[in-house]
Design a protein around this ligand. Structure first.
Ligand SMILES: Nc1ncnc2c1ncn2[C@@H]1O[C@H](COP(=O)(O)OS(=O)(=O)O)[C@@H](OP(=O)(O)O)[C@H]1O
Length: 405
């Protein structure tokens, strides 16, 4: 393994984000440029909005796409070749308008929500991108869990009333789409779906027997979170309430199960679900343990936490100015950005680059539908309180103790 950045190269890279022939001995990397900030999560907390809002700053360049996932899935070798593939997601040096001495005001960043849950990513990033600014968007964890349920589960199995046609996922879903009937109930692949459910709720036999036994039902939000609460409680030290980190987002059990399932279905489609969906659904509550997940990152990095609830069209400008300042950008007024750009990746208008106007967003929120049952919400808040996760951010972010709708 190799480290291509020397300590004199420390970020902020808004001065020297790019490798030039005089700043790297690895000629392979010449003209490739490093990100100055990473939005590392939380998934379904508003990362697409923040990423897109920041692009309005005149010194922020867009990456090839919002998320690369590099430090989560591909970080291990850190060979120059591998890093080059990562940097290939970003513009080359000429787009940064370097001055003759290699300095520039421009920056680029990316937003991969999976990094937050992966402590090893914090270490790898520290080694290769020392001084990179880490930004975390958090959201009322109960709302976040519901959003994840809709997106990573209902949407994936096609029972969210919209099917897969409306999403922006790439070709790999085409074959799944073909297998659906008009009303989006999977037919030929019922077995596949059973396995999918079993894999997701592996520690919760009661779910399988109580609801998922009928081919026409799906696991409800309530069933998912109740199973996960039981699982996480079983992982906690009864006295200190410390939860083993691995329990929050562990995928090892799943990995073992999925390898069997993939063997049983040579089509290979399930492999994709394994990476993109099942572990996310399995940790719907776990990923809301922000304080717990932040520990490792704050030990190694400069971290800024943003509450999505503060990113409103009226007051979000100040939040964005603060984030820009944290990255090291010049002053910029984001008031118009927020008004004109709306909300990205809104549930029924999914897509990292697709936005919903504020009027529509607020109208749909008022209309409700698919919201969380009041008693269940209260139970989940109590659960987060039990582990010291609710009170840590609730008042700062303005999370309501009551039902939001
Ligand atoms: N400014 C603002 N205020 C309130 N809520 C907001 C905001 N921006 C994004 N959102 C909601 O965040 C959800 C999408 O989050 P992400 O873009 O991080 O999702 S992803 O993990 O990248 O798929 C998605 O939640 P759901 O609509 O509940 O699914 C968005 O509606």
């Amino acid at each position: 393994t190799t480290t291509t950045t020397s300590s004199s190269d420390e970020l902020p890279y808004n001065s020297r984000p790019c490798y030039t022939s005089s700043t790297t001995t690895d000629t392979l990397l010449t003209n490739y440029c490093r990100p100055s900030y990473l939005i590392i999560g939380a998934g379904k907390a508003g990362t697409s909005s923040l990423y897109n809002y920041l692009l309005d700053h005149p010194d922020v360049l867009p990456a090839e796409s919002k998320q690369t996932h590099y430090w989560k899935y591909d970080h291990k070798p850190n060979s120059v070749n591998s890093l080059k593939k990562y940097y290939a997601h970003f513009p080359r040096s000429w787009e940064f308008h370097l001055s003759p001495d290699g300095t520039t005001q421009k920056v680029v960043g990316e937003s991969s929500p999976g990094y937050l849950t992966d402590e090893m990513a914090a270490t790898y990033i520290k080694r290769e991108l020392p001084g990179v600014k880490i930004i975390v968007v958090i959201r009322d964890p109960v709302e976040r869990a519901m959003s994840s349920y809709r997106y990573n589960y209902l949407h994936m199995i096609g029972t969210d009333g919209r099917g897969l046609n409306g999403n922006t996922k790439k070709k790999s879903h085409t074959s799944r789409r073909k297998k659906r009937t008009k009303d989006n109930v999977p037919m030929e692949n019922e077995d596949e779906r059973y396995n999918h459910l079993e894999a997701i709720i592996s520690d919760s036999g009661e779910i399988i027997s109580s609801s998922a036994t009928s081919a026409s039902t799906h696991v409800t939000f309530s069933e998912f979170v109740k199973a996960e609460m039981a699982f996480l409680r079983s992982c906690a030290d009864p006295n200190t309430k410390n939860i083993m980190k691995s329990c929050l987002t562990d995928t090892s059990t799943l990995d073992a199960q999925w390898s069997n399932i993939t063997k049983a279905t040579p089509s290979g489609e399930l492999k994709e679900l394994k990476t993109h969906s099942s572990y996310l659904v399995r940790s719907m509550l776990g990923r809301g343990f922000y304080r717990n997940q932040l520990e490792g990152w704050e030990r190694e990095h400069d971290v800024k936490v943003v509450c999505v609830e503060h990113l409103t069209r009226d007051e979000g400008g100040a939040v964005l100015t603060d984030v820009a300042d944290f990255i090291g950008l010049a002053d910029f007024d984001f008031t118009d950005t927020l008004k004109s750009k709306g909300v990205y990746n809104y549930g029924r208008n999914t897509g990292y680059g697709r936005s919903t106007t504020w009027d529509e967003f607020e109208r749909k929120k008022r209309a409700g539908g698919g919201g969380i049952d009041e008693n269940l919400r209260a139970e989940l808040i109590e659960f987060y309180k039990e582990f010291g996760e609710w009170d840590y951010f609730a008042s700062r972010c303005g999370w309501s103790n009551n039902n939001l709708e």
